[in-house]
Write a protein that binds this ligand. Sequence first.
Ligand code: ZN
Length: 315
Amino acid sequence: MRHLLWIGLIAPVFSSPAFGWGCEGHQIVALIARAHLTQATSAAVDELFRSTPIDPALNRFCKDRPNDPLADAATWADDTKSAEKTSVWHYVDIPRSATAVTSIDPWCPPIGPSVDGKNRPGCIVNAIEYELGILRDTSRTPGDSATALRYIVHFLGDIHMPLHDSDNNDQGGNCTSIQFFAEERPANLHAIWDYKLIQRELEKDKLSQPAYAASLNTRFADRFAAATSGPADAPLAWAWETHAISESITYGKLEPAIPVETPNPQSVCATERDKVQALHITIGEKYFAEAMPVIDERLATAGFRLAALLNATLR
Ligand SMILES: [Zn+2]
């Protein structure tokens, strides 16, 4: 399935199926991580990207990219996911009703090759482990390592976005219809979390991505130790942690509430959207005030964990 992205501030707002945190979200995560890399790791990251640059012919969705190779790399996986058949690696559709005591296996098939031009099987949890395996393998070419690093930078962002770890037969909130402030047309919950809320926040404070990353770094500095206290690579735990936030905040603060559905692989997007539309949910200042601190915390946590992971892997 399909997730929309945190679209760039100056990028046109569009509604085609796409990515995870949009441009700003991914860039901010990378910039927060950069501030916590050791000197050696920071140099290793830059050297890898310098050795195998992103194909200049690749059409980059994010036009406003900070002048930092890690932030530039952070959105590459969205630009290439249809060509690379890796779309399903960006999320895991854990049903809303599931709790962390159950196995993730039903929603996360083993990583495999593309067959008949279809997407490669897998999910964000095992995709992170898979790419980490490549990055750790010193017998790999610099090109393989650079690609693995680009995936990891991106997936560490996506896995901390609540709707990349949760599903209500609605493709991670994509098949919903919600009034967002006074906008002319309704939006979907995934797009609202991808970019609409953060876009509103950045515009309100007139902040660039580097300035916002710096402010989050300061605000959440005392949370670094706790966020990185577990194993450096713990994508399963991160997915469950973020799934719980989806339930308590992303879906949980909607008024009126969207009922928790019984998982149905045959659900139809348009039907699900109609059901939500009939609830006449509006997101305004109250939800914004509840969601934004959580988005900020997720971005900071993702950046901290990315730094810890790279410091442990590229020394
Ligand atoms: Zn993504």
